[in-house]
Design a protein around this ligand. Structure first.
Ligand SMILES: Nc1ncnc2c1ncn2[C@@H]1O[C@H](COP(=O)(O)OP(=O)(O)OP(=O)(O)O)[C@@H](O)[C@H]1O
Ligand SMILES: [Mg+2]
Length: 357
């Protein structure tokens, strides 16, 4: 059994375990008689390292699996995702939305795959009616350093589910409710975020050591009554240089709509070396981009150096400390469908960054 699990884990999702008569799991022992099969499966399922489909009858499920809440929780997720239970009551639009929820969340949230997948799965389960009625869709504790996407994911989720990022946020222990006192937690997603123990994530420990130290601190601080009621505790990782670059690109797209901008890779490096501070995660990037790129483009638009439809290429300056803006103006903006869009090139060296601006 252990060998089968580790084999499936090593396949990174390519092997899907199919367990027939899965209600026998809690009683099936290993040959050495140390642990039952369910306990062996749980850690791998909890970490999302294996994919598993189980078959049983409703009666057997209720009798044997439901009693083991930890196991049941794992299987609710997997079963709904892999068995293709018909999502009959949902209209087509909502089905499409649900299936692509994780991808949509990733349009705003870079990396943090575990967290994104877990919340997307919780929503999916609750929508197809597999979650227990009357309970929240899911309750999560997001842990990790500052500026790594915890609140961003909560906002992205709210935007996808409710069409607005303004959702009740139980953020850092404060319940923010603009409306009233009575909050019905049915159909709610509860997300709590904390930086507790996050210093271990950036202290140069290996991933496992860092997670263990962090969780130790979390268990010391939060009461088990709270922790045991959460659907998931997710640790957000520090962002890699590559992920930070993606975040800069997302932020540029959000802010700049009137002109086309090409951000060269070397420019991304300059932006990050000038703005990024591991202490604050991606937080300072937006402000830096606004201060040092957006203002310049705005000025160019005002003084006529660039206009709507211009293509602005941003590259690193020679000294790799500032940025170089190159404007290609669209010469015939009045022509609705120009066959060839001719652009007049103009290079402008503007050294931005803390040193020259
Ligand atoms: N993983 C990410 N993907 C996309 N943007 C991110 C990510 N992490 C951080 N950002 C950017 O940085 C800003 C701050 O991130 P966020 O508010 O999610 O931090 P946090 O993890 O909640 O930190 P804190 O613990 O201080 O509350 C976001 O508004 C977003 O622009
Ligand atoms: Mg936050």
């Amino acid at each position: 059994m252990r060998k089968v699990i580790s084999h499936a884990e090593a396949s990174k999702g390519k092997i899907i375990l199919f367990i027939d008569e899965m209600h026998t799991l809690p009683r099936a022992g290993d040959s050495d008689g140390v642990a039952d099969a369910a306990s062996m499966l749980k850690p791998a399922l909890a970490r999302g390292r294996i994919r598993c489909v189980g078959a049983t009858t409703f009666d057997e499920y209720r009798k044997h699996i439901e009693k083991d809440t930890a196991l049941e929780r794992r299987f609710q997720k997997v079963v709904s995702r892999w068995t293709g239970i018909p999502i009959t009551e949902l209209d087509r639009d909502e089905k499409v939305k649900l299936v692509h929820l994780a991808d949509r969340l990733h349009e705003r949230v870079v990396g943090q795959n575990e967290a994104v997948d877990l919340v997307a799965e919780a929503v999916l389960c609750s929508r197809v009616g597999l979650a227990r009625g009357g309970e929240p869709v899911g309750s999560f504790l997001f842990l990790g350093s500052t500026g790594v996407g915890k609140t961003e994911l909560a906002k992205a989720l709210a935007e996808q589910l409710f069409g607005s990022e303004k959702m009740l946020l139980l953020d850092d222990g404060v319940l923010t409710d603009g409306q009233g006192w009575n909050v019905d937690f049915k159909n709610t997603i509860i997300i709590m975020t904390s930086n507790l123990g996050a210093n271990h994530l950036t202290a140069g420990n290996t991933l496992k050591v860092a997670h263990d130290l962090l969780m130790k601190q979390v268990r010391k601080y939060f009461k088990p009554e709270l922790l045991n009621r959460l659907s998931e505790i997710v640790i957000f990782e520090p962002l890699s240089h590559h992920q930070l670059k993606e975040i800069v690109n997302i932020q540029m797209k959000e802010i700049i709509v009137r002109v086309d901008v090409i951000l060269k890779d070397a420019a991304l490096d300059v932006i990050l070396s000038e703005s990024y501070n591991p202490m604050y995660g991606a937080r300072p990037i937006k402000r830096w981009v606004e201060k040092n790129i957006i203002t310049i483009i705005c000025k160019m638009l005002v003084n006529g150096e660039a206009d709507e439809g211009s293509m602005i290429t941003i590259d690193a300056a020679m000294d790799k400390k500032g940025l170089k803006f190159q404007v290609a103006k669209n010469l015939r903006p009045e022509n609705p469908e120009p066959m060839v869009s001719s652009r007049r090139e103009k290079v402008k060296d503007i050294h931005v960054g803390t040193k020259t601006w």
